[in-house]
Structure formats: structure tokens, C-alpha cells
Write a protein that binds this ligand. Structure first.
Ligand SMILES: Cc1cc2nc3c(=O)[nH]c(=O)nc-3n(C[C@H](O)[C@H](O)[C@H](O)COP(=O)(O)O)c2cc1C
Length: 353
């Protein structure tokens, strides 16, 4: 039985989704992004399911505190069909659009336990998990995956399993697990999934601008796009995609807009009683992505990383974004080449999909 996706904001346009990102895509960040021009769909970061797991407060708050106005999918990661089935039960009654299974996490501490991206080596186990989850999930069942662990050897059989188990939505990150986040995405796998699967496919991986989104859609025939890191750098990306897809003028943010966004990010990442010494690292993590659009030499990134206090951090932002009439400078559409975001989680030990 096919479950239709919730209607996108503008019917007829390819839908956009904010990718799940651990330690980033919590409710305040989702709300802030939605205020800049909402994605059609949201995904929570993963809930790690094991024998003794209980739904994390942070994921529950993300779902219950979702003020973006857009439907949210809850993501699960785990290796045991029984435990995953129990987790589905924990989510019942929460205001979610559907449940998503993570088959992409490249963190060694995760994949070594045959969870997330590690499962891509074991199609038999994937089949067991999909069958069990399909039986348990009453509504939309989605899967977010990479096209393989180190190569595409199981890709076709996994596509067969997705179809056989009536998965409703597939988000495909066009990389292997071994490629982490930096190798070149190969969008031909997305094209293949689109040809092969009866359900909608969202294209994911390095969709860095509205132009790139349109290019990847044209190349792959995907139903829509899922965007992660670019949404941190440029929270207007979802409205820009809609504008591009509908052929209207695409909003061009300035450094002044970015400076205002930085203030709002500071609010979104804070909480009552949080000391600056804990707040600043959270903020720096996000500024790492924003910095890719500030100056091609990476001076903003270097200066921002050495700031010790909130005053120093904001002084760096002012110097690069508003001082000397810079407010009206256009924010780069694409990230500057050769700069690297280095949020503490963006290494092999950290990220999750
Ligand atoms: C900091 C960070 C955390 C992430 N956490 C998750 C996660 O919890 N679940 C998941 O499926 N993918 C996770 N991912 C992967 C993203 O959802 C996405 O697939 C990946 O970043 C590629 O898309 P992009 O190029 O648009 O960022 C994470 C990525 C980053 C950078």
C-alpha cells in the first residue's frame, strides 16, 4: 500500500527537506530555518535504538517542540528488528509525519556495530529490518541511505528490498560510507534509484545552492532534494529552491542578512543558564559552515575559531559582515572553493549519515 507524502508548501514544485544533523537540527534551529523559508519536510537526528534504549528527551522535544509548521519524520538507527519495532511503539502518539530508518551513518563507532552505514554490508539483515518496520509502522516509512559501504555491490539488491517492503520515501546520499562527507557525490546512483523504485526519491549530498538543486533534479529525475550543511550556511536555501523551481527571482542574501542570522542562531543555540564557555563552541560549530560563504581566503574562519569570548566572536562577525559598509555585500551563492568547515563532529568519529 502506498502512503502519499504530505503536500509540499507549493503543490506541483519538487519538495525540499532539511536533512537530519545531530547536534544541529533541534527544534529552535528548525524554527529559525523555517522562518527564513521553510523546507517541505524535516527529519530529526537519529534515535539510537538498542536493547535498553528509551526515546531521548532531545528527540522528543524536537518533535513536540516543532514550531516550524512543517511535517517532521523521526529517524531511528539500530540493528535489531525487535528493538526497532519497540522504538516505533515509543513514537506512537507523537506528532510525526512518518518514521525514517538511518542506513548511512559513517561514524566508525556506529558502523562497526553494523548499525547505520554498517548495515549496507548486510542486505539480509536490511531485509529483516525493513520487513519488521513495515509491519509496525502504520503510516509513512522512509529510509535514508548511502549507495553502499565501500562500493555499490549491494545497491541493486537493496533497491529490490526497498520496493518489496513498500518503503514510502527514500533519501539517497550519493556517496559511500567510506567517502564520509568529502568525496565527490555520484548522482548517477540517485538516477538509478529513481528509475528502479516506485516511491519518491530525495536527492542528497552537496546540494550547495538552488542552481545545484535544479541541476541535480534535472540529472536524476528525483522527486525532490534533501539539504543539510548548506542550510546551516544559507538558511534561505529552501525558499531559494522554490523560487528557482518556479522561475521567479531568487532571493540574494547580503552580509547584513547573514549578520542578523548569526544573532538569531545565538538565540536558537542558547538556553537559560548556559554559560558562554559552552555556548560558544555550539555557535562556532555552525559558524564553520557560514564561514564557507564569507571570504575566499578563510580569514573569517581562522579568526572566528580563535575567539574566546562572546564579545570576541561577535566582533569577528561584525568585522567581516557589517563593518565598512559590508552589510550590502552579496553573500556567496556557492561555498568558496578550498575552504573546509571543521565543526567538531565533521570527522570520521562524528557525523551520522
Ligand atoms: C553535523 C552532521 C550531523 C549529521 N547527523 C545525521 C543524522 O543524525 N542522521 C542522518 O541520517 N544523517 C546525518 N547527517 C548527514 C546529513 O543528513 C546529510 O546526509 C549529509 O550531510 C549530506 O548532505 P549535505 O551535503 O546536504 O550536507 C549529518 C551530517 C552532519 C554534517
Amino acid at each position: 500500500m502506498k502512503n502519499p507524502l504530505p503536500a509540499p508548501l507549493v503543490p506541483g514544485l519538487p519538495p525540499t527537506a532539511l536533512a537530519p544533523m545531530q547536534d544541529i537540527t533541534f527544534a529552535p534551529f528548525m524554527k529559525l530555518v523555517a522562518e527564513c523559508g521553510a523546507p517541505d519536510y524535516l527529519f530529526t537526528a537519529f534515535y539510537r535504538v538498542h536493547e535498553h534504549s528509551r526515546l531521548d528527551d532531545s528527540i522528543r522535544e524536537c518533535i513536540e517542540g516543532n514550531e516550524s509548521g512543517r511535517p517532521i519524520f523521526a529517524q531511528l538507527i539500530g540493528e535489531d528488528p525487535d528493538h526497532l519495532a519497540r522504538a516505533v511503539g515509543e513514537l506512537k502518539g507523537l506528532p510525526i509525519a512518518g518514521i525514517d530508518l538511518n542506513l548511512g551513518c559513517p561514524a566508525p563507532k556506529v558502523y562497526k556495530k553494523n548499525v547505520g552505514g554498517g548495515l549496507l554490508r548486510d542486505p539480509v539483515r536490511i531485509g529483516e529490518i525493513l520487513a519488521r518496520l513495515r509491519a509496525e509502522i502504520p503510516g509513512l516509512f522512509s529510509v535514508k541511505m548511502r549507495f553502499g559501504f565501500e562500493d555499490d555491490r549491494h545497491f541493486e539488491i537493496i533497491l529490490d528490498l526497498l520496493e518489496a517492503n513498500s518503503v514510502d520515501l527514500v533519501s539517497l546520499h550519493a556517496r559511500t560510507v567510506r567517502q564520509l562527507y568529502r568525496g565527490r557525490p555520484d548522482y548517477t546512483y540517485i538516477k538509478r534509484a529513481v528509475e528502479r523504485l516506485p516511491c519518491p526519491v530525495l536527492a542528497n549530498g552537496d546540494i550547495t545552492s538552488a542552481d545545484k538543486a535544479a541541476e541535480v533534479l534535472a540529472l536524476t529525475g528525483a522527486h525532490g532534494v534533501m539539504i543539510g550543511r548548506t542550510a546551516v550556511r544559507n538558511p534561505w536555501i529552501f525558499r531559494q529552491c522554490r523560487e528557482k523551481f518556479s522561475g521567479t527571482n531568487v532571493f540574494a542574501p547580503t552580509f547584513g542578512d547573514v549578520r542578523h542570522y548569526v544573532d538569531r542562531l545565538w538565540e536558537a543555540t542558547g538556553e537559560p543558564g548556559l554559560a558562554d564557555k559552552h555556548h560558544i563552541p555550539r555557535m562556532k560549530k555552525l559558524l564553520n559552515f557560514i564561514g564557507l560563504g564569507v571570504d575566499p581566503e578563510g580569514a573569517f574562519l581562522r579568526n572566528m575559531r580563535t575567539a574566546q569570548t562572546a564579545a570576541e566572536l561577535f566582533a569577528v562577525c561584525d568585522a567581516f559582515l557589517t563593518a565598512k559598509g559590508r552589510s550590502s555585500v552579496p553573500f556567496a551563492t556557492e561555498p568558496h572553493a578550498n575552504l573546509l568547515a571543521r565543526p567538531n563532529h565533521e570527522g570520521p568519529e562524528g557525523c551520522a549519515g
